[in-house]
Design a protein around this ligand. Structure first.
Ligand code: ZN
Length: 281
């Protein structure tokens, strides 16, 4: 984790605030406190909640629903997490309906978050059970599963079942972690009625904006790459935590959408593959 992330993010947020005139020393101290908790991914829930509450984004100007230039789709991966409720609060404030790609193993105990996301008008897709690499069998903890179509099937179907048990309709979309898919994997997904939505495209024409908010991008970098690229049909890739950079970026992005005449939709373009299957064979 970039140790300056918390500081950068907070500094940018404060730059927008009009009523706050804290001393530099106080700002640095606060940023340091946030940085400490954000760095610790395995921290207990209470600590993470404290961090996200302190850096609450302010929804000042929601979408104005001028859709003269078309629609973009916001996507958020890797939840549901502690931070997801804050993401839902922000999206609610901005008037954005989004698509979430969630891991099945995170759903138990967060059924109310699933229910709320659906009630708010969002769509929930499949991001595997445990954020597995579907082409190799590698798991985030470093272990490797014995790869086979049966295993791919179970990664996706267990997740479908967890979401359904929490009250969601059967998912019709999947996003492979790390963008790792191939024709065999996609064949299994298609048998389960799941359509591929990649997190980035191989060409600018693919119109998928990877904000890299999970790779240390600053709030300003997220704003810049999104505003520069977004147009009708864009898919914008973000994550529901543990960082808050994307939430801090939303107001500037929404301002640009209002200026350009873009609205938000959960309806994805017919081809959202980013040509990810062309290269993998
Ligand atoms: Zn992911």
């Amino acid at each position: 984790m970039n140790t300056r992330r918390g500081l950068r993010s907070k500094t940018w947020t404060r730059g927008r605030a009009t009523a706050v005139a804290a001393s530099t020393a106080a700002a640095v101290a606060l940023a340091g406190a946030i940085q400490t908790v954000v760095q610790d991914h395995s921290a207990p829930t209470s600590t993470v909640t404290t961090a996200t509450t302190q850096s609450a984004p302010i929804v000042e100007r929601p979408l104005n629903n001028n859709c003269s230039s078309g629609y973009v789709t916001f996507t958020f991966d890797d939840g549901p997490r502690e931070n997801t409720e804050r993401v839902l609060d922000a999206l609610d404030g901005f008037g954005i309906d989004a698509v979430f790609f969630w891991n099945g193993q995170r759903v138990k105990g967060r059924e109310r978050t699933v229910t709320r996301a659906l009630a708010d008008g969002h769509v929930i897709g499949n991001h595997t059970w445990d954020h597995a690499n579907l082409t190799t069998g590698e798991l985030p903890n470093g272990s490797t599963e014995s790869w086979g179509k049966q295993w791919v099937h179970s990664e996706l179907e267990r997740t479908n079942e967890a979401l359904i048990a929490a009250g969601a309709p059967r998912p019709t979309l999947y996003r492979p972690p790390y963008g790792a898919t191939n024709r065999q994997v996609d064949g299994v997904a298609q048998e389960l009625g799941l359509r591929l939505v990649m997190s980035w495209g191989n060409h600018a024409d693919d119109n998928i904006v990877n904000t890299k908010d999970n790779e240390g991008a600053t709030t300003q970098e997220i704003v810049d790459v999104t505003i520069l690229s977004m147009r009708d049909g864009s898919i914008i890739t973000m994550h529901d935590g543990p960082g808050v950079e994307s939430l801090d970026a939303l107001q500037a992005i929404v301002d640009a959408m209002n200026e350009k005449g873009l609205c938000a939709t959960t309806k994805l373009p017919e081809d959202a593959t980013g040509r990810g299957l062309e290269l993998s064979g």
